[in-house]
Design a protein around this ligand. Structure first.
Ligand SMILES: *Cc1c(COP(=O)(O)O)cnc(C)c1O
Ligand code: SF4
Length: 440
């Protein structure tokens, strides 16, 4: 390991500091104002690393990392934008602004995929907060202190976690319930600690979680969902507890378990800075497998060249391309969504130009209520143009790997906008799902 260098302190910047970011002086004043309007509704946070090392200010506003992190005026519906703009212009009281923001948020489908009702597990008949158990082998754990990120993505599907609305949140304060639940469920072989970004937590807290899981014999892998390698690589190089964190990774490996960093990389630029590569190397040297995933987002990475470059760089640096997701049906998706047909063209065009080691990436995949649905291609069948779909993960494991078909629709962006092919009335999984939706 290289010796730690001087650590820049982590100081996130929020909406009230937009005017204080020197680089932003180059953005016209009306656009800066619009950012504040949008940031009154949707979460906004950047940090000096993103501003100084990732964004190419000569390309703003079209720069992909700028679009990835700074609020864009079109992210709100025009009526909502006007309403919030008017309130802020006339200096309305904070309570009025908060109330307007809340009502706009509630119309943006804050918890897609029935997450609040459908996937919450129970332990001895009690619902347990801060966990989801949707796919047999894997439990998701949301530690309360890991529910922020080093910067926020404008398209974030977990955005509801970052705004003050208490009823939109789900997080767990103590890992004891997690340990008990997993210990009682031998089918659970993988625990995915997620957020937010658990890498905002102190190494000490992560140790407590990992140590507890290591006591459970049937846990084969511990995964950590994170964007810290892209947004704050100093977490792994020079943060005060960086070495302690890497030792934790080593210990998990020494105890014979797989440790995976499920890393969110949106654009090849995130792999360019020296410190980003050093961080990636250090976590790999500590024995973590870095698997990479991100959604396909209009204005950020809706471009086959960017994906091919991203996957090639990841392979070169020893990481494993894993998933390409479709933007979820939540928040500002009308602005960021790419139709499935176009997402498929981009994925195919990119995958055809990379080598076999990069073809481990699967997509475009929708994390929808019934499961992770892969759009595997289009075909002409019985005189009808169709999408060929399959489950990569499903609420019922029997659904996996069984092709099914939807009528081709060039504009559809999500499973609920697709109709079954061949005149059928519903997709095969819909009947099975109907009772689940009625559960309390
Ligand atoms: C994606 C996802 C997982 C992990 O799925 P893998 O295919 O094992 O990576 C687990 N739970 C939920 C709810 C998910 O969306
Ligand atoms: S890193 Fe993930 S959780 Fe954090 S803002 Fe981005 S998409 Fe949301």
């Amino acid at each position: 390991m290289t010796p730690p260098r001087e650590a820049p302190a982590f100081r996130p910047l929020s909406a009230s500091q937009i005017e204080a970011i020197p680089a932003l002086k180059r953005v016209p004043a009306d656009r800066r104002w619009a950012m504040r309007v949008v940031a009154a509704v949707l979460p906004f946070r950047v940090n000096p690393y993103v501003v100084e090392q990732l964004i190419d200010w000569d390309r703003v506003p079209d720069d992909p990392i700028f679009r990835l992190t700074f609020p864009q005026p079109e992210m709100l519906d025009p009526d909502d934008f006007r309403r919030m703009d008017a309130l802020l212009r006339r200096g309305a009281p904070p309570e009025a602004v908060r109330q307007a923001a809340r009502s706009i948020r509630h119309r943006l489908n804050p918890h897609p995929g029935g997450q609040l009702e459908l996937n919450v597990p129970t332990l001895h008949d009690q619902r347990v907060a801060g966990m989801q158990h949707k796919y047999r082998e894997t439990v998701l754990y949301f530690p309360a202190s890991g529910q922020t990120c080093h910067a926020y993505c404008t398209y974030c599907f977990r955005w509801a976690q970052f705004v003050g609305d208490r009823e939109l949140r789900f997080a767990s304060t103590r890992p004891g319930t997690l340990f008990r639940y997993v210990a009682e469920h031998p089918e659970v072989t993988s625990v995915l600690i997620t957020g937010g970004d658990p890498m905002v937590m102190k190494a000490e807290k992560l140790e407590e979680i990992a140590e507890g899981l290591l006591e459970i014999e049937h846990v084969q892998s511990i995964r950590i969902g994170t964007k810290a390698l892209a947004y704050w690589p100093y977490r792994f190089t020079s943060a005060p507890d960086a070495d302690r964190l890497l030792h934790l990774f080593e210990r998990v490996r020494a105890r014979g378990r797989h440790l995976a960093l499920m890393s969110h990389y949106s654009h090849p630029r995130e792999l360019e800075p020296r410190v980003a590569r050093e961080a990636l190397r250090r976590v790999q040297d500590a024995g973590a497998v870095v698997r990479c995933q991100a959604p396909l987002i209009r204005y950020v990475n809706d471009d086959a060249d960017a994906w091919a470059e991203l996957w090639n760089q990841q392979v070169r640096l020893g990481a494993v391309p894993y998933y390409l997701f479709v933007e979820r049906d939540t928040g500002p998706r009308d602005y960021f969504a790419v139709p499935l047909a176009r997402a498929l063209r981009i994925y195919q065009s990119a995958i055809r130009r990379v080598g076999g080691l990069a073809r481990t990436v699967r997509g475009p995949s929708m994390s929808a209520t019934p499961g992770k649905i892969l759009v595997s291609g289009t075909a002409e069948l019985a005189g009808e143009r169709v999408f060929v779909l399959e489950f990569l993960q499903a609420r019922d494991p029997e659904w996996v790997g069984r092709p099914f078909f939807a009528r081709f629709d060039p504009g559809a962006r999500w499973i609920d906008e697709l109709r079954p092919a061949f005149g059928e009335d519903g997709f095969f999984f819909e009947k099975a799902l109907a009772p689940a939706r009625r559960e309390p």
